[in-house]
Ligand binder design. Structure first.
Ligand SMILES: Cc1cc2nc3c(=O)[nH]c(=O)nc-3n(C[C@H](O)[C@H](O)[C@H](O)COP(=O)(O)OP(=O)(O)OC[C@H]3O[C@@H](n4cnc5c(N)ncnc54)[C@H](O)[C@@H]3O)c2cc1C
Ligand code: SF4
Length: 510
């Protein structure tokens, strides 16, 4: 049967069983869509990264003898929407069957179901074979439970897939080494250079400009640094295993003005568009650890496995358990607009300036910068989670809704009221100062709450707790904070809250 198989931009699954055999009746369809490039304003490196990776994937398919229809953004045959494009190709080429892979985004899942129903040919959907767990596995696992604890799901997956296990027990006799993974970087260990590629993608940038797609951020198009093929993704993975894994866990939460990726893998983009699988990333790291146990502690490898087998699968499960309602949750009813400097980095707050500028420069910030700097500020100031989501979904090269929204709306903004996190991730300057060198050269004073140039985080932090007392004070993980707050004198409280309100009122000038 003459079949058209759709491959979306985040489904570049070189090892998928679809591609094991050549089949003359099957044509693959890959298309650069305006619809996908404009549903939020994306970072230019993200758009180039997708288009270049799709181009390389098409070449791989063709080289391996597969038939491909590849429509680029400015091709005259490129119709306005995915539906129009599919209908056009199916009619033009007289396809008798339509097949696609399960999309990871709710929006596309719904759209493709609708398109399939509207076609007058048969259609079938296949698994991407990418994740450890199925879409509904987390929902089934937590059935009838009130809370969705990551730790329980993670342990279940460690056992199920026999990862870092010795029989029924975790290797190292502990499931979690988080307490050994909270070091600040003080310059003692040498940080290897971020491994980069030097692609010249001037032509892709020109095509994007010609198409009129709006974008944010910067790019050195002659030296594009991200992997755009499976081969390069594997190179980046090996570089991480060899040079960064030994200290990954130790400095997982550290932030520093001189280093934008420290010991992080930067593999999220390659994994999220599925050029490499989480299984091979974990397996290769474990092999490296087994070879170099003298150098690589169990806490380093466990910290890494937890992020991928734990958090990544967990977030995907939450997404499918809670969408589409999840995208509307706003537990604190926050309404403030994101200040304009989120798009320029022009703020006097050194931590925010660094986290935002590096995001604009590299389309990347590591987890703690996203959570405890930009996310922390947005939550403390009361920014609308819709605005926060749009920013995160646009600016990061690895941002795809299933993993962006659960991290942003859930973990970082607590807009889900505690599905992902058992308490809001907020802090004053204290934590930022402990984990970074940002505060040293800041215009604001990290150690005061109410002085003229007091750090905004310090007063916003207490106003946050005061404002949400009703929703948070009974939370056993937070009760302590209210005991501290209630010991402040009324005059102190008034001064702190006034300071915070002033900062919020002049948020554009911070
Ligand atoms: C507000 C906010 C928004 C985020 N948005 C995204 C996003 O859009 N896309 C995305 O992939 N990650 C997102 N994350 C999670 C995390 O920040 C990134 O996965 C990580 O920074 C990617 O860099 P890395 O590959 O160097 O990660 P490493 O630190 O090297 O970690 C290894 C891998 O673990 C996985 N991982 C780590 N933490 C998480 C997590 N919390 N959830 C899911 N997977 C995780 C990633 O696949 C990552 O590549 C977000 C976190 C926050 C707090
Ligand atoms: S003093 Fe405050 S604003 Fe400045 S870097 Fe530290 S935490 Fe950020």
């Amino acid at each position: 049967m003459k079949t058209l198989r759709l491959i979306l931009g985040d489904q570049l699954i070189y090892k998928h069983s679809w591609f094991k055999q050549k089949n003359n009746h099957v044509t693959y369809f890959i298309i650069e869509l305006k619809q996908e490039s404009e549903y939020v304003t994306h970072h230019i490196q993200k758009i180039i990264g997708f288009f270049a990776s799709m181009f390389n994937f098409v070449n791989y398919l063709k080289k391996n003898g597969h038939k491909v229809i590849y429509i680029k953004i400015n091709d005259s045959e490129n119709k306005a929407t995915l539906a129009d494009n599919l209908k056009y190709q199916i009619e033009k080429n007289q396809f008798q069957k339509f097949e696609y892979l399960l999309p990871d985004e709710y929006r596309l899942d719904e759209q493709l179901k609708k398109i399939s129903n509207s076609l007058n040919i048969q259609s079938e959907v296949f698994d991407t074979e990418h994740f450890f767990t199925s879409r509904n596995e987390l929902n089934d696992f937590f059935k009838n439970k009130k809370t969705y604890l990551l730790e329980n799901f993670y342990r279940h997956l460690r056992k199920k897939f026999n990862v870092l296990m010795q029989g029924d027990e975790p290797i190292g006799n502990q499931w979690n080494f988080d307490s050994s993974n909270r070091n600040a970087y003080k310059g003692k260990d040498i940080i290897p250079e971020p491994f980069s590629f030097n692609h010249d993608y001037t032509s892709i940038l020109n095509e994007i400009k010609k198409s009129g797609i709006k974008f944010i951020g910067e790019v050195n198009e002659k030296n594009f640094i991200w992997p755009t093929s499976r081969k390069q993704s594997i190179q980046l993975m090996h570089y991480f295993n060899q040079h960064l894994l030994p200290l990954f866990g130790k400095y997982q939460d550290a932030m520093h003005t001189d280093y934008w990726s420290l010991f992080h893998s930067r593999l999220s983009f390659a994994m999220n568009i599925k050029m490499i699988s989480p299984k091979e990333v974990i397996e290769s790291a474990i092999i490296e650890w087994q070879k170099r146990k003298d150098e690589i502690g169990i806490e380093q490898i466990e910290g890494y496995v937890r992020q991928i087998l734990g958090w990544r699968e967990y977030m995907r499960g939450i997404y499918w358990a809670k969408m589409p309602e999840y995208a509307t949750l706003n537990y604190f009813q926050n309404k403030l607009k994101l200040p304009k400097w989120f798009w320029t980095g022009e703020t006097k707050m050194n931590c925010m300036k660094h986290a935002i500028n590096q995001s604009l420069e590299y389309a990347y910030a590591h987890h703690i910068q996203r959570l405890m700097v930009t996310g922390n500020f947005a939550l403390l100031s009361g920014i609308d989670p819709d605005e926060v989501d749009k920013w995160y979904l646009g600016i990061y090269i690895d941002a795809i809704e299933w993993v962006e929204i659960t991290n942003t709306r859930g973990m970082s903004q607590f807009a889900d009221g505690g599905i992902v996190g058992s308490k809001p991730y907020v802090s004053s300057a204290n934590y930022i100062d402990k984990m970074s060198n940002y505060c040293k050269n800041c215009y604001y004073d990290k150690s005061t709450k109410t002085n003229e140039n007091a750090c905004p985080f310090n007063s916003l932090y207490w106003l946050f707790y005061e404002t949400h007392r009703e929703k948070l004070s009974r939370n056993p993980r937070i009760g302590m904070m209210y005991k501290v707050l209630d010991k402040f004198t009324s005059a102190d409280k008034e001064a702190i809250f006034n300071k915070a309100i002033n900062y919020i009122n002049s948020i554009e000038n911070l």
